[in-house]
Design a protein around this ligand. Sequence first.
Ligand SMILES: [Zn+2]
Ligand SMILES: [Zn+2]
Length: 320
Amino acid sequence: MVKCYYCNREAVYSRPYEKKPLCLAHFNKSFINRVKRTISKFKMLQPHDKVAIGLSGGKDSVVLLHVLSKLMRNFPRSKLIAVTIDEGIRGYREESLEIAIRHAEELGVEHNIFSFEEFFGQGLDDLLVTLENKQGDRKGACAYCGILRRRALNEAALRVGANKLATAHNLDDEAQTVLMNMLRGDLGRFGRNDYEPVFKHEKFVPRIKPFMLTPEPEIVLYAVFNGLQYQEMPCPHAVEADRGVIRDMLQMYLERNPGALFNLVRMGAELSELLKQQERKERPLKECKICGNPTAGEICKVCAVLYEAGELDFKTKIDT
Ligand SMILES: [Zn+2]
Ligand SMILES: [Zn+2]
């Protein structure tokens, strides 16, 4: 039997980048401590915060809900509110909705469910069909869904009166994003990625990512070790994502250098900081000519997608 590095109990896991075998209790403890350190390093939480957490029912968001509801007790008069977005993906969302509802109930966390349909006029499945019929061809489903989900989560956070939006992006997601931005040669994106939540625009709720330094396999282990049920079925559209290629690439490389994900994310955060210092003169944020949300261009990506799909009455839906 392999013993825990810190005590006499049997080890259940050894991190490839650290080589310290951990027992169940010490794994849990160091898991929570890392999230705590991430939160304080990037000043993610303050007393009085009203934090909306995007709760999809997948492993990351379920574990984040449990961990945040525990950690936020240290922030006086703060409040956690779960929001779930029903994208309208048939045969997939039903199960995860049920799981999300159960976890929020168990923890006594207020929970609100919103849908693409109420925000954008159509659910994702229908929207994809509309787009295909209109132009005979479309981008991958995740490209549209990602754009709309981000806006829907922001909208949901605004509606529940949150001043921060917590998403469950983990170290692997974050490292993939950094690498993807580099492969696209898109330096500007690093400057737009805020690691510390900063207020920028009344229509934009600052994001926090308390799992950005937590490796994905450890989130799965935390869920399993602590008996947290989550939706295991992957999204039926996920095969269309090009993120998968980047993930496989990184996975291969990790065997040589198990700390590489941390290096990538650290560099992303440093680049973002550097770019911000350089940009202190502050280019004013532009607002979308159609919906008024902050955007890098003239018209935001959400309005571009909805325009493509011919959903022209969506503006009223977003505004009301
Ligand atoms: Zn131990
Ligand atoms: Zn817009």
